[in-house]
Ligand binder design. Structure first.
Ligand code: IPE
Ligand code: IPE
Ligand code: MG
Length: 248
């Protein structure tokens, strides 16, 4: 790993969530098929994971495939699934070396059996790693995640394990795919669109939003450091006034 540029770690986000968007347009600009862009995007994934780990980010969540993305042409879906499988196979060693724990957020059961097998293997191989958690959001949709959590919670209410009046934010959070992890503090979306696209709607309620026109295959180390520096310069007030914060 290279030199660390960030010297003030007090303003480092503990959790960064990224909507990796723009692969298709990046490829189209080069008169290439969309899959060419997705392949180039895998390189950015490697760089961003390595950089995040190096600067001390503890949780990194990458939106790799949404529940809505199943509506894409089947050839593109197949290509994405096969890229995912080969990425996971090639990264297991590096993840172990860099002490990175892999987690998956989403509907694992909808993924092709081969991908599920590889994913389960890497998740269990890296389960004891502690330096950084890498969450891959796969077949992920935030509303679906919330419904699933509400179902579990209401099941507990039916059996008497939980009283409806005792339900609170912490309990609901602990039924989401991100259970046990802090909420993202920095939300990044590449590719120029300014929307959330059903990503971590509950968890980003107080995240700082950072949108860039840079398309995902062009998003590398410098771009991530720039986003982190931008985050560091923001005043997070959480409802208070600026002067209250300066007196703290
Ligand atoms: C993001 O890039 C990757 C996935 C959704 C899998 P896109 O494929 O959405 O790229 P654009 O938005 O069409 O450029
Ligand atoms: C969001 O990107 C999902 C991922 C990056 C995996 P999309 O490109 O699918 O988002 P929309 O549909 O254009 O909002
Ligand atoms: Mg897109």
């Amino acid at each position: 790993m290279g030199d660390t540029v960030i010297s003030d770690t007090s303003t480092l986000p503990v959790h960064i969530a990224i909507v990796m968007d723009g692969n298709g347009r990046w490829a189209e600009e080069r008169n290439q098929p969309r899959l060419f862009g997705h392949k180039a995007g895998v390189k950015s994934v490697r760089t961003v994971v390595e950089t995040a780990r190096e600067i001390g980010i503890q949780h990194l969540t990458l939106y790799a495939f949404s529940t809505e993305n199943w509506k894409r042409p089947s050839l593109e879906v197949k290509g994405l699934m096969s890229l995912l499988d080969s990425y996971l196979k090639s990264e297991q060693k590096t993840m172990l070396k860099n002490d990175i724990r892999l987690q998956c957020l989403g509907q694992l059961n909808r993924l092709p059996p081969q991908v599920r097998k590889t994913l389960t293997r890497v998740i269990s191989a890296t389960a004891q790693c502690t330096a950084m958690t890498l969450n891959l959001a796969l077949s992920y949709g935030s509303r679906n995640e919330i419904i699933r959590a509400v179902r579990e919670v209401s099941g507990k209410c039916m059996t008497g394990e939980l009283a409806p009046d005792d339900l609170n934010e912490e309990i609901l959070s602990n039924h989401l795919y991100t259970a046990g992890q802090p909420d993202p503090e920095l939300f990044i979306r590449t590719g120029g669109e300014r929307r959330l696209s059903n990503f971590l709607l509950w968890q980003v309620s107080y995240a700082e939003l950072y949108f860039t026109d840079v398309k995902w295959p062009d998003f590398g180390r410098a771009e991530l450091l720039e986003a982190v520096a931008d985050f560091g310069a923001r005043q997070r007030r959480f409802g208070k006034t600026g002067s209250q914060l300066s007196q703290e």
